[in-house]
Design a protein around this ligand. Structure first.
Ligand code: HEC
Length: 154
């Protein structure tokens, strides 16, 4: 009985020491993931422009959600209009030239969806409609992010 206790204590201490060693002295290894996305190359100013647009997309989506939470259709209209059809005219010609066709199509589709959110909220605001449009919009974001990444040209 006593012997059994001693053995289980020894096993406990050894297990604790091993776990302690692992915790203190071993680190998580960084595993390289296989990134199979297509790289699109832009000059630094163009990449900065695109990334700043991307961050604004996220801000607009946040404001649309806030407008829904506050039952404030005008906030939705204002936010979504910022990235709606009119913003297409501000797209630099160089960007269109350097982007793959599918990338451009998804880019335009995104602006159309922002515009649709603004139009619906303006004409006849219905949260269920806005939610459906947001789902279609974010689906477009996700599809493009799965396929492309951006790098600087040298
Ligand atoms: C036409 C393709 C495309 C569409 C559509 C798209 N993105 Fe992106 N987005 C990209 C690419 C490419 C990157 C850079 C990813 C990388 O290099 O790893 C990016 C990066 C971003 C970033 C990071 C910005 C930064 O400063 O690093 C955010 C945020 C983002 N996208 C949000 C969105 C949102 C929200 C939407 C939808 C409303 C969206 N994007 C739609 C292609 C797209």
């Amino acid at each position: 009985m006593k012997r059994g206790l001693i053995i289980s204590n020894v096993v406990f201490v050894i297990t604790t020491l091993i776990l302690g060693y692992i915790l203190v002295f071993t680190g998580t290894e960084m595993v390289e993931t296989k990134d199979s996305r297509t790289t699109v190359k832009y000059a630094p100013d163009l990449r900065d422009f695109v990334m700043s647009e991307m961050r604004d997309y996220l801000e607009v989506i946040n404001e649309v959600h806030q407008g829904m939470a506050d039952n404030n259709p005008q906030m939705i209209v204002d936010a979504a209009t910022r990235q709606g059809s009119a913003s297409i005219a501000e797209t630099p010609a160089r960007l269109l030239k350097l982007s793959p066709l599918a990338c451009k199509q998804m880019g335009f589709a995104g602006h159309d969806l922002f515009q649709a959110i603004a139009d619906s909220a303006k004409v006849n605001y219905n949260p269920a409609t806005t939610a459906k449009q947001l789902a279609a919009l974010t689906n477009n974001c996700v599809t493009c992010h799965r396929v492309y990444k951006v790098d600087y040209t040298n």
